[in-house]
Design a protein around this ligand. Structure first.
Ligand SMILES: Nc1ncnc2c1ncn2[C@@H]1O[C@H](COP(=O)(O)OP(=O)(O)OP(=O)(O)O)[C@@H](O)[C@H]1O
Ligand SMILES: [Mg+2]
Length: 624
């Protein structure tokens, strides 16, 4: 976190800036060159203005006339300086803008790439709202000070030049400068130190506010149906209020310091005029010099603020950077191996051997409970194995292990005899496909949801997959067919339709192992059995059959499996055919019967979406 002393914050802020400069050295050099050009010209312009006043204006007032040559020279000098200053400003702004936005883009990419590399366990521990704000406002905050940075660096150079030129002009005026400029600098430092904790707090609250908002939008259905609108609004309002308070305290501090920072250079100009007039009377300086110095103080006031802007943004930058680097430095990614599998489209063999697994505890000091112990089973090539067990038994965990969303703590998971940890990412994805318990649909067309832009998946393949998932009927009936937009998370689809789309998505990749985690629970039971039957024995010319590991509840579905693995509390209690288990395992009988009763009740109470006419049920589908 961005706690610690404010000196610490400034140091760390400067090191963040150093990182930015190392990443974009050329653009930074351009911006600083522009800024130094500008700063040098500010000093030069002060002396030119002084000269114009001393050599043109004063003689004109005293004699009533000036030579045209002098006048032209003055005009050309002032015009030339203005043009060069414009060039300097242009270079600085362009460079600073480029640098800032390039860094933002680069780090957004890095953060999101990291999100995708990090394992599921990391994502379980981190709220979506926080991830969004990491990739967005935290990245922005980290690089905020880049915008005024070249200006500030140019200003530092300019201040040194200004003090030097003051000494060349007159020591007394130089002393005024030596008093005012460091005071300005010090004021800026005090300002940013006061600002540090306030900005850090505001940045943290921003993330929290977006987190709460994200959660309640995400859970809009629950919020509405449970009548939690008022409480959710209050929860959000509380945090929004804190953010408001913290931003107001930022504003209040600005209100105090901004006028002070404005006033100090004006006081400096006043002091210059007082001291300068005395020195003028003493004959130590000329009118030209006095005007130059007074002008210098006026024009310096603004650039000096740039230093303050950088310092003031440092705390926010450090807070943002801390949160960004927490993502970039997060460990636990699961490196892929370099073994490729080429099964030539034949079904794959999945084997679990002595697998133990426990989820990482939510907080590091808590013990992690073991979820699976000594799990061993095989899904032979081309076979269908059903995973049955009460809720919380570890079925979804086994599904996650099978497609390597998580790695076992002990034991191995192998595909065609190769440890899944040794496989390349591509091999893994093309071999095994998981259809998860909770279907996820992108806010895109049906076609894009199924093909996912994977190469080699054309419309024909999409339709074939849809047919296999028993989804071709409803997709064909959609207004725009494959081009129909399904809405965010597929809101325009029924639960069963969504499930079948995600199933079709998995099938379109022609996986050699299909892991179905309760993937057809919202589909009519007869359709579910038909889908499974179709997957086991695809029509000629359709997809080759895959090996299937299916988490299932319904008797009709389970009965289609070659073998049933019965799981309780993370352990394999029994295995065999459905009939064998019914005869020998009392827990299994209870479970299957209970499900069946619940299913019957449900069927009486609700109508499934689009029950297709199946005259005599399963057999027809199985024989297809
Ligand atoms: N991300 C997680 N972090 C911590 N514990 C988890 C996590 N996911 C699951 N668990 C725990 O692991 C155990 C097994 O969960 P799992 O989801 O595998 O069960 P399941 O058999 O699929 O249940 P269901 O039939 O309800 O889907 C449960 O006790 C659950 O609380
Ligand atoms: Mg589950």
């Amino acid at each position: 976190m961005a706690s610690g002393t404010s000196r610490d914050v400034i140091q760390r802020g400067l090191s963040v800036l150093g990182r930015a400069i190392r990443e974009q050295p050329r653009i930074f050099a351009v911006a600083v060159a522009g800024s130094v050009l500008f700063g040098g010209l500010v000093i030069v312009s002060a002396y030119v203005v002084g000269a114009v006043v001393g050599d043109v204006v004063v003689p004109a007032v005293e004699n009533g006339a000036v030579g045209t040559g002098t006048l032209a020279l003055a005009a050309v000098a002032l015009f030339g300086i203005s043009v060069l200053r414009v060039v300097g400003i242009f270079g600085r702004r362009l460079g600073a803008g480029y640098m800032q936005f390039r860094l933002q883009a680069a780090y957004r990419r890095r953060v999101t790439r990291r999100y995708l590399e990090l394992p599921l366990s990391w994502h379980h521990r981190n709220a979506t709202g926080t991830l969004l704000s990491n990739a967005n406002s935290d990245v922005e905050a980290a690089w905020y000070p880049i915008a005024p940075l070249p200006f500030a660096v140019g200003t530092l150079v300019m201040l040194v030049g200004a003090v030097g030129s003051l000494f060349l002009t007159d020591w007394a005026l130089a002393l005024v400068g030596l008093a005012v400029f460091p005071a300005l600098f010090a004021l800026n430092v005090v300002y940013s130190r006061r600002m540090a904790p306030r900005q850090a707090l505001a940045q943290r609250l921003r993330a929290e506010v977006s987190g709460i908002a994200h959660e309640s939008f995400d859970g809009a259905l629950v919020v509405k149906t449970m009548g939690r609108e008022a409480q959710e609004t209050a929860r959000f309002a509380g945090r929004a209020q804190e953010l408001r308070d913290s931003l107001i305290s930022v504003g209040r501090l600005r209100g105090v310091f901004d006028p002070l920072l404005e006033t100090l250079p004006s006081l400096g100009t006043l002091a210059v005029l007082v001291v300068g007039t005395i020195r003028l009377r003493q004959g130590a300086i000329t009118v030209t010099e006095l005007v130059s110095v007074a002008f210098l103080f006026t024009v310096l006031a603004f650039p000096v603020r740039a230093i303050g802007w950088v310092l003031a943004e440092l705390p926010r930058s450090v807070a943002g950077w801390d949160r960004v680097s927490r993502v970039l430095d997060a460990t636990g990614e699961m490196p892929y191996g370099d073994v490729t599998l080429d099964g030539g489209g034949a079904p794959a063999t999945l084997a679990f051997d002595g697998v133990h697994f426990g989820y990482e505890p939510a907080e590091a000091h808590l013990p992690g409970a073991q979820v699976l112990g000594e799990v061993a089973f095989t899904v032979p090539a081309g076979r269908t194995v059903a995973l049955v067990g009460p809720t919380g038994a570890g079925k979804s965990t086994i599904a996650s292990l099978a497609v390597r969303l998580v790695d076992p703590d002990a034991g191995t998971v192998t595909l065609d005899g190769v440890d899944v940890r040794q496989l390349t990412a591509g091999s893994l994805a093309s071999t095994a496909a998981l259809v998860a318990q909770v279907p996820f649909v992108f806010d895109d067309t049906v076609r894009a949801n199924i093909s996912l832009d994977r190469p080699g998946i054309g419309d024909d393949d999409v339709w074939a997959a849809l047919r296999l998932a028993e989804a071709d009927g409803f997709v064909a009936a959609l207004p725009d067919g494959l081009d129909t937009m399904v809405g965010e998370r597929g809101t325009s689809l029924s639960g069963g339709q969504r499930q079948r789309l995600t199933l079709a998505r998995a099938l379109a990749g022609r996986p050699r192992l299909l892991v179905l985690d309760d993937a057809t629970s919202a589909v009519d039971p007869r359709v579910e059995a038909a889908i499974l039957a179709g997957l086991r024995a695809p029509a000629p010319g359709q997809h080759a059959a895959a090996s299937i590991l299916v988490v299932a509840y319904r008797r009709a579905t389970i009965a289609l499996a070659d073998e049933v693995i019965y799981l309780e509390q993370g352990r394999v209690l029994a295995r065999g055919t459905h009939t064998e288990l019914l005869a020998t395992v009392p827990g299994y009988v209870d479970l299957v019967t209970a499900y069946e009763q619940a299913e019957q009740e449900r069927e009486q109470n609700r109508s499934y979406d689009e029950v297709p006419p199946l005259p005599s049920g399963l057999e027809i589908e199985v024989d297809r």
